[in-house]
Design a protein around this ligand. Sequence first.
Ligand code: BUP
Length: 465
Amino acid sequence: NSNTLAHVALIPSAGMGHLTPFLRLAASLVQHQYCQVSLITPHPTLSLAESELISRFCSAFPQVNHIQFHLLPFDAATANATDPFWLQFESIRRSAHLLSPLLSSVSPPLSAVICDMSLIYSVLPVTKSLSLPTYILFTTSARMLAFFSCFPIVHGFPTASENYASFDGNVLEIPGIPPLPRSSISPMLLAPNSLPAKILMEDNSILTKLNGVLINTFQGLEGETLEALNNGKVIKELPHVFPVGPFTPREFERRDQSGAALKWLDDQPADSVVYVGFGSRTALTRNQIREIGDGLLKSGCRFLWVVKDKPVDRTDEEGLDEVLGHELLDNMKEKGLVVKTWVDQVEVLSHKAVGGFVSHCGWNSVTEASYCGVRVLAWPQHGDQKINAEVVEMSGLGMWMKNWGWPGEDVVKGKEIGEAIKELMSNESLKTSAAAIKEAARKAGTGVGGGQEASFKRLINEWNK
Ligand code: BUP
C-alpha cells in the first residue's frame, strides 16, 4: 500500500555520470516498492543526453513524481572554473535555496532527501530547516569518499571532525587503506582556489551533519575501504556508509542509435574486441585521439571506439573524417568500428565479443565493467579518475599504465597504447580476476543478505521512523 510507504526526494546534479546512478537508484527504490520517489532535476540540463535520459526514465516510471527545479541565471565569470560541468554544479548550488518551497509542498510529506554529493553545502541548510533527514548518493568510489573525508588536510585545513589521516606533501596516509600518492590527486583539486577545491572543502565542512552516505560500490570491489570508513578509521563521526552497488543498468537507458554497433559486435569472435570509451564529458585533444587510432591499429586487436571531440554533446558537431583524418579512418575500417554517437555502453560491455575496455575510469564505467566482468585498461583523465584507477588495479579488475600522465602532460604515443592494449587482451590472469569480480558484483546486487539488500533494509527502517 503506497500510503504506508516512506516518500523520498532524489536530487541529482549535472552530467550523465551523476544522473545515471540517481535514476538507477530511483528505479530500484520504486521497483522493489521500498518507498515512493520524487525526482527533482535541475533545469535546463547541460547536455542533451541528460534531458533525453530523464524523459525516457519518466515514461518508464510514471509512478515517480518528477519535478523540474529551474535554475537562476548564472554568470560563469563569477566562478573560478572553465569546465562546463563544474560550472553547472556551481549554478545548481547557487539556486539550491529555491528547493525549499518544492520540498515542503510535495505530497505526501517527505521522509528523507537524497542529494548529489556536490550539493551538500547548499542543500543541507534547506533540508535541516525543514527537519528532513538528508543523505547523499556518492557517485564515485569508496576510495574517493575516504579521500574526500580527509580532503582539507591536503590544503592544511581541519576536517569536519577529528580525522586520523596525515599528509606529508607527497602521500596521504589513511588508516585501514593503502596510501594515496599526491600524483593520484587531480591538479584541479590541488590548486587551492579552484572551484572544484572550494566545493569539496565546503562540502567537507558539514559532512558529519548528514544522516548517511549511499555509495555505488560493493564488498567484492572495495571491501577494505568500506570497512575503514564504517569502523571510524578515517574521520570521527563519519555518517554511516551504505554500499548499494553495483546499480543495475536498466531498460530505460537504451537508445536506438547503438543498433549498428551491436550488430557489428554480433559478427566478431568471442572475447576479441576492445571497447574504447572515455565517458560522457571527456574530450581528448585531436593529437591524442589520432595516437589512439594509431595504437588501436598497432595492437592488432579488433575494436569498437566511441570518439568524443567536445565535452558537451550539444556542441560536438565535427564528423569523424575531420577529427581523425581520412587516411586513419580508412585504415581502421578493416579491424574496427569507430563511432561518434552514443552507444549503450552496458549493452556493449555485456556482449560476448567484448573482452577489454580502455576506460577513463569514470566510476559508472568502472562499476559497469565490474558488473559485466570486462577487464579494464585504466587511462584516467581528470578529477577522481586516478583514485578510481587505483581501485581498478588493486581489485584485479584491470591494469593501469601509471606513467601516462594527466592530459596536458605528454601525449601518449600509439606504439605504447598498442602494446598496452595487446597486454590487456592477452593477459589470462586479468581475465580470471575480472570474472571473479563479476561474480562478486552479481552477489552483492541480488544475493539475499547481500550488501545492497541489507543497506536498503536499514535505510527503509530509518525512513519509516
Ligand atoms: Br560516452 C557514453 N554510452 O556512448 P562515467 C557513455 N555512456 O552508455 P563520465 C554510454 O555514460 P563522471 C556512451 O555507460 C556511463 O553510465 C556509461 O559515466 C554511459 O563517466 C556514463 O563512466 C558515463 O562515470 O562522468 O561521463 O565522465 O565524470 O561524472 O564520472
